[in-house]
Design a protein around this ligand. Structure first.
Ligand code: SF4
Ligand code: SF4
Length: 186
């Protein structure tokens, strides 16, 4: 197994998916394979969910080295090698998730934010009514604005905006007004 990702994929997400569907999870014949895969899943999941600790990369390295040497069969050794390869080849992407809290591919949802584009919003108020977290500010014919501190990333506002004015953003954020302003588009 080797790992190759393109710019639309996130290596942490790809590895997490491989770990979650790996046979070691249901085997249990050896401690290093079973406990190892459980720990790998927990740490990788935390990294994709913005809950990483600063030493998670070192922890993963140690865990994979032990799994690689001590697992009873090739399954455990192979998944450990794959995660190690991912950590070494894409160290910068792991660092971005852990330290900068960024997912450059825009795959890990917890690193994303939701925005309303001023040039597209017609101030209809549909999104304001749909948001159960009171994260949207606005009034009739005013460009609506999302309060990032209140937004839980539920995605409900997307379902009601017929103008396509609501967008996800990763590292690059669109320029949006801080407060509702009169709409240019009516
Ligand atoms: S973002 Fe969409 S749903 Fe919300 S007020 Fe603007 S046009 Fe209406
Ligand atoms: S994603 Fe959910 S919480 Fe955030 S503004 Fe839209 S409806 Fe509100």
């Amino acid at each position: 197994m080797t790992i190759n990702i393109d710019e639309k994929q996130c290596v942490v997400d790809v590895l997490l998916n491989k770990v979650q569907s790996h046979p070691c999870k249901d085997c249990g014949k050896c401690v290093f394979g079973y406990e190892g895969i459980t720990q790998l899943e927990m740490i990788l999941k935390d990294i994709t969910e913005k809950k990483a600790h600063s030493d998670d990369k070192a922890l993963l390295m140690d865990l994979c080295s032990v799994m690689k040497n001590q697992s009873m069969c090739d399954d455990g050794k192979e998944i450990a090698s794959l995660v190690l390869e991912g950590l070494n080849t894409y160290a910068d992407i792991f660092d971005e998730h852990i330290s900068k809290k960024q997912c450059r591919a825009g795959v890990c949802k917890k690193f994303m934010t939701v925005h309303i584009l001023a040039g597209k919003c017609i101030g209809c108020g549909e999104c304001l009514d749909a948001c159960e977290d009171d994260a949207i500010l606005g009034k009739n014919k005013f460009v609506h604005v999302i309060d990032q501190d209140e937004c839980t990333l539920c995605g409900k506002c997307f379902e009601v905006c017929d103008e396509g004015a609501i967008v996800w953003a990763g590292v690059e954020k669109p320029k949006c007004p801080k407060k509702p302003i009169p709409c240019k588009k009516r």
